[in-house]
Design a protein around this ligand. Structure first.
Ligand code: ZN
Length: 433
């Protein structure tokens, strides 16, 4: 009896904290707004998502090139891209009495402070980039990048010159970006520091609609890799003021977080040739593609982008399951096996029998050779160990008992059904292979 409709964000967040997936940033000092740390299981889950993404979008394809650009970039990059201008700002208002600051478009009244009722001052454009100084003299200004995309555009020529790709082709990057949000939201939904997985896919102008459709299907394939149910994901056409001035078409993919509503998971944008044209103007360099006949063109761009922290939240939410296995409610994470931070847990049936512990250790070493993300656990009784592994989404538990000493068989337990089967150790090792 699964009752995923009873899943609430509170339950997911509580499990994520309790079991070492996500901690408040700088917690022992009272935290820092909009900053969260990934704990031992969270970082593994996140790395597994990144690895799956890189495999699917870079390694398994012949038209994709990886990149890892620096977070700090020449300030001219952000002038050319328009980020230092009015386009990358939030409307900020300050209360004249208590000096609290608000995002104007989040307020119900733009006249009165919601805290103290004081008069609100004039609206100011607040730039979202984190400014920093470079070097001991501190006279070169730089920014923590607010998006990973520009690192790709400024390396366009380097990739073309060194890899000689044929159009269409793409450049992919995973990395951190920073935005000084006025109002960071709860948990991982809007943080000041976040990780993006982004692709800039370069095409001939006439082909953009075709490739836009292709990438749309691929984003759905990725949603399947994350194990998200299609009923909880929707596409939203971005229109009007929300559509960036350079984009001719943008679709957001949103996930329905229980009790919270739809929130962005991924985006797909047709950015025309806007970015390369801007950097041609800004740098004076020829950022062009030359075909076999020697004809040059400034490629147009399809941009599929994915928020990694959002993906982690969606995967945790989708996986969170309660059922009635045994006498009480069981909480478990039905994580896709590829993404589970721990794949196999190995236990001795009892921890006070040295011969069982020794045999279990031996089995564990064998398993770990094949699946490094395995865990040995001899705390508490077997029932409690199962529950602990269920809560972190471990797909398989292996128990070593007295029969193992006689006939080399073990008990293999399935996370989702709770069913146990007796299996020869050699068969288990073969299956894990
Ligand atoms: Zn006030």
């Amino acid at each position: 009896m699964e009752n995923t409709k009873d899943t609430t964000m509170e339950k997911v967040v509580s499990l994520a904290k309790r079991r070492g997936f996500i901690f408040q940033g700088s917690e022992i000092y009272g935290g820092l707004a909009g900053a969260w740390d990934y704990g031992p299981l969270g970082v593994t889950l996140k790395n597994n998502i990144k690895r799956a993404w890189w495999r699917m979008f870079v390694e398994e394809r012949d038209d994709m090139y990886g990149l890892d650009a620096a977070i700090l970039m020449n300030e001219k990059v952000w002038e050319a891209s328009g980020h230092t201008g009015a386009g990358f700002t939030d409307p900020l208002v300050e209360c004249e009495k208590c000096h609290k600051r608000y995002r104007e478009d989040h307020l119900e009244s733009t006249e009165k402070c919601p805290e103290c009722g004081g008069k609100l001052g004039e609206k100011k454009d607040f730039n979202l980039m984190f400014e920093t100084k470079v070097g001991a003299q501190g006279n070169a200004k730089s920014y923590l990048r607010p998006e990973t995309a520009q690192g790709i555009f400024v390396n366009f020529k380097n990739v073309v010159d060194t890899m000689r790709p044929k159009l269409p082709f793409g450049i992919a990057q995973i990395g951190k970006a920073f935005r000084n949000e006025i109002a960071p939201r709860e948990f991982l939904f809007r943080t000041r520091e976040f990780e993006q997985m982004e692709i800039e896919y370069f095409v001939y102008e006439n082909d953009w609609e075709h490739f836009f459709e292709e990438w749309r299907i691929r984003i759905w394939n990725w949603i399947d890799v994350l194990g998200l149910s299609h009923e909880r994901v929707r596409e939203v056409d971005v229109v009007g003021n929300d559509l960036a001035h350079y984009s001719k078409k943008t679709i957001d993919f949103e996930y329905d977080f229980p009790g919270k509503g739809f929130d962005e998971l991924s985006g797909l944008a047709y950015r025309t040739a806007h970015d390369l044209e801007s950097h041609i103007k800004g740098s004076g360099q020829r950022l062009v593609y030359t075909d076999a006949e020697g004809k040059t063109t400034v490629p147009h761009v399809i941009e599929p982008s994915f928020g990694l922290d959002r993906a982690v939240m969606a995967v945790l939410t989708q996986s969170y399951t309660e059922d009635n296995l045994g006498k009480d409610t069981r909480v478990f994470l039905k994580l896709p096996k590829d993404l589970a931070p721990v794949k196999v847990a190995v236990f001795p049936l009892m921890k006070n029998k040295p011969e069982l512990v020794a045999k279990a250790r031996e089995v564990y070493e064998e398993v770990k050779k094949i699946i490094p993300n395995s865990m040995f656990d001899d705390n508490g009784n077997v029932g409690k160990r199962y529950r602990r592994q269920d809560e972190i989404g471990t797909p398989w538990c292996v128990t070593v008992d007295f029969d193992t000493l006689e006939d080399n068989t073990v008990t293999l337990r399935n996370r989702d059904t709770g069913e146990q089967e007796r299996i020869a150790l050699s068969a288990l090792i073969a299956e894990l292979h």
